[in-house]
Design a binder for this molecule. Structure first.
Ligand code: F6P
Length: 354
């Protein structure tokens, strides 16, 4: 059987490890022919096609390599494919035609919620059998305990906080670190706890600037002349305006710029912003993500061989299994403001500004 494999959406550490495990298990042991599709599904939409056969030999050195050797894009929805003139066109039929011409009978889609929704539509509307593999540094898919890439991103953010601590302390500054996560705060919360942040601002807990300022003042009264604030890129103050939301969504410092402006009337310390950005997505996966990605890749190959189409592999209570794609994309995971991690953070003095 010939099966295609592609990576979609923003990259995440561990994508190559999934590809490697899938090819090793699928082509090396289960007799599958694996076709790598380049740049998400875009490789199927131009001539010559952007595809290449993948054998275990092609996967040497991929376990620890960041990014994706297949390339990816988060502008590649074939049901609304961007045209040169700025319009969009449904090119899902062309995807099906290209796969047919290649003799590819099924597709493995490694991606986040957007990619899994597209995969589900390709199966429903174009009859393309698909298996999903969940990926995103945001960890916002409720169907899986965790996505690969998340823990590597938390690792990078934690390291950044460790580094900010020493310089913040030397200069008596308020240091803000803005991290990714789209409209969820998992990276901010876990990195904030691991990196000993004093304040963590999350999209799930709108903040009151005066409360954040009061934490800075309380620390000062205790002789702690610096403060570390982690800002999730989706964090906003209570009662944020539409303009605030638009400014935050610009990414690259929108949310932390709003925090700084809101704190200025209350705080006379110097404030500095660091936006971690795509450093959280680049580089090698940490060992946890290499293991998880390998488990997912093997499970995806086994699912293809067993004909378990229309499902996504996932980690469920520590065990890798399959979940129907409809269920996989049904809900996003948000930080629970009353959950254990927020409670633990509060219990160790972290201020959420609420
Ligand atoms: O979904 C992953 C993610 O890294 C988000 O955390 C972030 O908001 C977004 O992608 C950034 O996307 P881009 O690479 O297009 O700037």
């Amino acid at each position: 059987m010939r099966v295609g494999i592609m990576t979609g959406g923003g990259d995440a550490p561990g994508l190559n490890a999934v590809i490697r495990a899938f090819v090793k298990r699928g082509a090396g042991q289960l007799g599958l022919e694996v076709v790598g599709i380049e740049d998400s599904l875009a490789g199927l939409l131009h001539q010559p096609l952007g595809v290449r056969n993948l054998t275990p030999r092609d996967c040497r050195g991929l376990l620890q390599r960041g990014g994706t050797v297949l390339g990816t894009t988060n502008h590649g929805d074939p049901f609304a494919y961007p045209q040169k003139d700025g319009s969009v066109k449904d090119r899902s039929g062309d995807i099906a035609d290209s796969l047919r011409a290649l003799g590819v009978e099924g597709l493995v889609s490694i991606g986040g919620d957007g990619s899994q929704r597209i995969a589900m539509r390709l199966m429903r509307e174009r009859g393309i059998p698909v298996i999903g593999v969940p990926k995103t540094i945001d960890n916002d898919l409720a169907a899986t305990d965790v996505t690969f890439g998340f823990r590597s991103a938390v690792d990078v953010a934690t390291d950044a906080l460790d580094r900010l601590h020493t310089t913040a302390e030397s200069h008596d500054r308020v240091m803000l670190l803005e991290v990714m996560g789209r409209d969820t705060g998992h990276i901010a919360l876990e990195a904030g706890i691991a990196g000993g942040a004093d304040v963590i601002l999350l999209p799930e807990i709108p903040y009151v600037p005066a409360r954040v300022a009061s934490k800075i003042h309380r620390r000062r009264a205790m002789g702690r002349t610096f403060t570390i604030i982690v800002v999730a890129e989706g964090a906003l103050p209570v009662g944020a305006s539409v303009a605030d939301r638009a400014a935050a969504l610009k990414r690259g410092g929108g949310a932390s710029a709003i925090v700084v402006e809101a704190l200025k009337p209350f705080v006379d310390s110097e404030m500095r912003v660091t936006v971690l950005g795509h450093l959280q997505r680049g580089g090698s996966p940490i060992p946890y993500d290499r293991v998880l990605a390998t488990r997912f890749g093997v499970a995806a190959a086994d699912a293809v061989a067993a004909g378990e189409w229309g499902k996504m592999v996932r980690l469920h209570n520590g065990v890798v299994d399959l979940v129907p794609l409809e269920q996989a994309v049904a809900a996003n995971r948000y930080v629970d403001p009353d959950g254990d991690l927020v409670r633990v953070a509060r219990a160790t003095g972290v201020e959420f500004g609420a």
